[in-house]
Design a protein around this ligand. Structure first.
Ligand code: 5RP
Length: 227
């Protein structure tokens, strides 16, 4: 696999914030892949941490790297959650869920003392919304939920994979919503989660405290909390 330098340097920088004894939240996606690989190296070098994963895919990858994955019943909190994003603005408001893991990602982010977002430069935008906003909906009467989304001018499309409806790790569907530029993410977040049938939406607001942007030249830029 060809290494994506921008994603890797962002991930490597994020891993420097991990201290022995911490409980770490592991994100999902091609950028989170690099941080899981880096943490795996650190564990092999003797770092003692515990981790929880935001998807079956990340859990399997982490276990294969020797990272101890613990059940949620065994943790009292998560020190740092490190995850990717589909879009971020400079206020660290995010669109997530391109990989379909937004619900577990949001639960873990909300339970973490600190969420560090890692991304390449292409993810940093002036205004959120070019990337279709993923919304997780339950299969029951999803046609009605889709109609409610249409009434919000979401132009929703049920996500498919290999010609079949995409099903999340939680057994739900994803409606990819095309709002165009999202001028008021906070308001939209509330409107979406008000719809019965919507489990959660991919707007992450007030959750990330540090953003690490990697560049193709191998540099990193940090936004938000730097220490
Ligand atoms: C998965 C996510 C990912 O963090 C997001 O899609 C970014 O993925 P990648 O790092 O592959 O671009 O939210 O649900």
């Amino acid at each position: 696999m060809q290494v994506n330098i921008a994603k890797k340097v962002a991930a490597d920088k994020a891993a420097t914030f991990i201290q022995p004894g911490m409980t770490i939240g592991l994100g999902t996606g091609s950028t989170a892949y690099y941080v899981i690989m880096r943490i795996g190296e650190m564990v092999k070098d003797g770092l003692e941490i515990r981790a929880v994963a935001t998807s079956v895919e990340s859990e399997q990858l982490a276990k294969a790297q020797g990272i101890p994955i613990v059940p949620f019943s065994e943790i009292s909190g998560i020190d740092i959650d490190i995850d990717g994003a589909d879009e971020t603005d400079e206020q660290l408001r995010l669109i997530k869920g391109g990989g379909g893991a937004l619900l577990r990602e949001k639960i873990v982010a909300a339970a973490s003392g600190r969420m560090i977002v890692i991304a390449d430069e292409s993810k940093l935008v002036q205004q959120l919304g070019k990337f279709p906003l993923p919304v997780e909906i339950i299969p029951f009467a999803h046609e009605l939920t889709m109609r409610k989304l249409e009434q919000l001018q979401a132009a929703p499309a049920l996500r498919t994979r290999d010609g079949k409806l995409f099903v999340t790790d939680n057994g739900n569907y994803i409606a990819d919503c095309h709002f165009g530029e999202i001028a008021a993410p906070e308001k939209l977040h509330a409107q979406l989660n008000d719809i019965p049938g919507v489990v959660e939406n991919g707007l992450f607001i007030g959750l990330a405290s540090t953003l690490i942007i990697g560049t193709d030249a191998g540099e990193v830029r940090m936004y938000g909390r730097q220490d």
